[in-house]
Design a protein around this ligand. Structure first.
Ligand code: PMP
Length: 425
């Protein structure tokens, strides 16, 4: 099983069999409040009728069609809808099946772009410590989570990592901090070290999610944009978690007012209902690759299931639903209430830090000696048994409920966590 302690799971399997709205159900009929939107993906809540119907209709109409040298309508419809909510100018869309594939596609696009400009010497890729860009070789290599890398002996070469953004941040900072603000300046040092002519792209999550919700300091992303632009380096935002309303806007790029050259999404694109990811590229990147190529296939890359009819149908219904219910605005309107509620856990047993932005939060616990992650994992199991789904990474609890969450459910999430933390050593 993926990212699972298989022996523990086998000893005590925790199963989910159905879902509706804000709740999962277990085989014995218990309701589990979804504090994590599944895996940060079910932004509109579970079992949404219009998405179910769209998938059923697509399956009955066109179960599969190749998208190599052929087209079918749904991915084009979705591409237009997606382009309309991407940051201005990022309106060239390529479909994948996951966040990992989106990351590797974006990195390959960056290399193809420089090559098409006659700068094939630009091969270095720069990621960030505590970054997560999925589990494929490109994403793993630019990612900065030891556990994802150490077990595998080979990585891409020519990869550097910037420092993560949480180093000097005071505990219990709400939203963006003001310390540590010049940390993006490290990129200038890497440029000085290697030469800009060797660097293809910088890839970051605007807010690091999987390593425990690390909110950048004010001005950080703007500074990365300035430095990359000054040196002809492409800037890639991995918005697999942050897109589709998590911060109260369509993208984090919008929220922070910084436009990258390439932006990756997945998860919330289909409300989690069918696997799908996408990469949005600027016209400059797209046109350079397409116009710069000789006759024939311009971007020699793709997946059997790129633009799959069921996924595209789910994506169209999902983006329509987000718009009809104004869910991004709803999330933005809840953000202050969310902040107050999660910071109410300050003072709860074991809690050493809380950070938040939009409708996402990280609650960091002290680690047990010699057993990093054990305390949070126990909290995860106990919360589940008490009817709440949380997500844990090392000793950090990450929360990201569906954007339909009600105030009472926010309070319930917080109070159940406080109770469980009080019960565990
Ligand atoms: N990038 C980011 C920022 C993610 O959070 C994730 C998944 N948590 C991925 C990439 C990988 O996505 P997937 O699991 O769909 O491959």
């Amino acid at each position: 099983m993926p990212f699972t302690d298989n022996r523990s799971f086998k000893a005590a399997p925790r199963m989910l069999v159905s879902a509706d709205g804000m709740y999962y159900r277990t085989p014995d009929g218990r309701r589990i409040l979804d504090g994590t939107a599944g895996l940060w993906c079910v932004n509109a809540g579970h079992g949404r009728e219009s998405i179910v119907r769209a998938i059923q209709d697509a399956a009955a109409t066109l179960d599969f069609a190749p998208t190599f040298q052929l087209g079918h309508p749904l991915p084009f419809v979705l591409a237009n809808k997606l382009a309309a909510i991407m940051p201005k100018g990022l309106d060239r869309i390529f479909f994948t099946n996951s966040g990992s594939e989106s990351a590797d596609t974006a990195l390959k696009m960056a290399l193809a772009y420089h090559r098409a400009r006659g700068q094939s010497g630009r091969t270095r890729l720069i990621g960030r410590q505590r970054g997560y860009h999925g589990t494929n070789f490109g994403g793993m290599s630019v990612g900065g989570i030891g556990g994802n890398r150490r077990g595998f002996s080979a990585q891409l070469w020519g990869v550097d990592h910037l420092s993560h953004t949480h180093g000097g941040t005071a505990p219990f900072t709400r939203g963006m901090g003001t310390t540590n603000q010049d940390i993006a300046g490290e990129l200038e040092e890497l440029v000085a070290l290697h030469g800009a002519e060797t660097i293809a792209a910088v890839i970051v999550e605007p807010v690091a999610g999987s390593t425990g919700v690390l909110v950048p300091p004010r001005g950080y992303l703007q500074r990365l944009r300035e430095i990359t632009s000054a040196h002809g380096i492409l800037l890639i935002f991995d918005e697999v978690i942050t897109a589709f309303g998590r911060l109260g806007s369509a993208t984090a790029a919008d929220y922070f007012g910084v436009t990258p050259d390439i932006l990756t999404v997945a998860k919330g694109l289909t409300n989690g209902a069918v696997p799908m990811g996408a990469v949005a590229a600027s016209r400059e990147v797209h046109d350079t690759v397409v116009d710069g190529a000789g006759p024939g296939i311009e971007f020699f890359h793709g997946y059997t299931y790129s633009g799959h009819p069921l996924a595209a149908a789910a994506g169209i219904a999902t983006l329509d639903l987000y718009a009809e219910e104004a869910l991004f605005d709803r999330a933005g309107g809840l953000a202050r209430r969310w902040e107050e509620a999660v910071h109410g856990l300050r003072g709860a047993r074991h809690v050493v830090d809380i950070r938040n932005i939009g409708i996402v939060a990280g609650i960091e616990l002290t680690s047990r000696e010699g057993a990093v992650g054990a305390r949070a994992m126990e909290a995860f199991h106990r919360c589940f048994d008490e009817g709440l789904l949380i997500r844990v990474t090392a000793d950090i609890i990450a929360l990201s409920p569906p954007l339909i969450v009600e105030n009472g459910q926010i309070d319930e999430i917080v109070s159940r966590i406080a109770t469980v933390l009080g019960q565990i050593d």
